[in-house]
Unconditional design. Structure first.
Length: 100
């Protein structure tokens, strides 16, 4: 038996779950504060996906090893929170489905 993996974004794109607070958007920065307000990326040095992508793309240009390590730590913190956010959003979706 195999597992099916589906991007959680599809649920919000198709508006299976939607609130006005999402402002017509389905990206994590709109969905997360609506469903899991206790989690947010605002306090992090790297606070969104574009910033995470840009810092990764430019990492090879950084000469200072301590700066490279700091950037890596900041990216790791962002990725950890992003992953936790997805788990918490999935939990909310499951709880919503169970109530129906």
């Amino acid at each position: 038996m195999g597992y099916m993996i589906e991007d959680l974004m599809i649920t919000f794109q198709r508006k299976h779950l939607y609130t006005k607070a999402m402002k017509g958007k389905y990206f994590i920065k709109y969905v997360l504060p609506t469903l899991v307000p206790e989690l947010n990326h605002n306090q992090l040095e790297i606070s969104d996906g574009m910033m995470a992508s840009h810092t990764f793309a430019a990492l090879h240009l950084v000469q200072d090893k301590s700066e490279v390590e700091e950037i890596r730590r900041n990216r790791l913190e962002y990725c950890k929170l992003d992953t936790l956010a997805m788990v918490k959003i999935l939990d909310k979706l499951k709880a919503t489905a169970e109530r129906r």
